[in-house]
Design a protein around this ligand. Structure first.
Ligand code: MN
Length: 151
């Protein structure tokens, strides 16, 4: 197989399906799975207040925040603030949502994999305004021991 470059201009930005999101969300495909790989990556931009519905991923998901200020919540845990450079590691079948902050855009790279039978994301109910607007946890700056020891 030969390598190739997929040019940015060949793939238009798409608006995310209204049935699975609240507010306006833009999706740019980075790459789609090509057998034997089952990995895909999408750059997703949430406008302020926009978020996914509650959902699960069959094989989990990795989010890498590229820009803006976002929100993320795993069911049963506090709402978290997401900032550029943060990586969120979401285990298989865990109920969660992600989105922009109420007053900020947020762009993340979403990396996920389908299961062997093609199973991917299971979409659930919208995130209520009450849940979305809960005061988030203070972002924790966790330093590696090497960095904190030298301070
Ligand atoms: Mn997700």
């Amino acid at each position: 197989m030969r390598s190739r470059i997929v040019r940015a201009g060949s793939r238009p930005t798409k608006q995310a399906a209204a049935g699975s999101f609240t507010g306006i969300v833009w999706q740019d495909e980075v790459f789609a799975p090509e057998a034997p790989s089952r990995v895909r990556a999408t750059r997703v931009t949430f406008t302020p207040g926009a978020r996914t519905n509650w959902h699960t991923h069959a094989v989990g998901q990795i989010l890498y925040v590229l820009a803006g200020v976002g929100r993320y919540q795993m069911e049963g845990e506090a709402v978290e603030v997401l900032l550029p450079g943060d990586t969120v590691i979401i285990p298989p079948q865990a109920r969660h949502w992600h989105g922009g902050a109420p007053d900020h855009l947020m762009t993340h790279l979403a990396i996920s994999e389908t299961g062997a039978a093609g199973e991917a994301t299971t979409w659930l109910e919208p995130v209520s305004d009450t849940d979305y607007l809960k005061t988030p946890a203070k972002p924790a700056l966790t330093m590696s021991p090497a960095i904190s020891d030298s301070a």
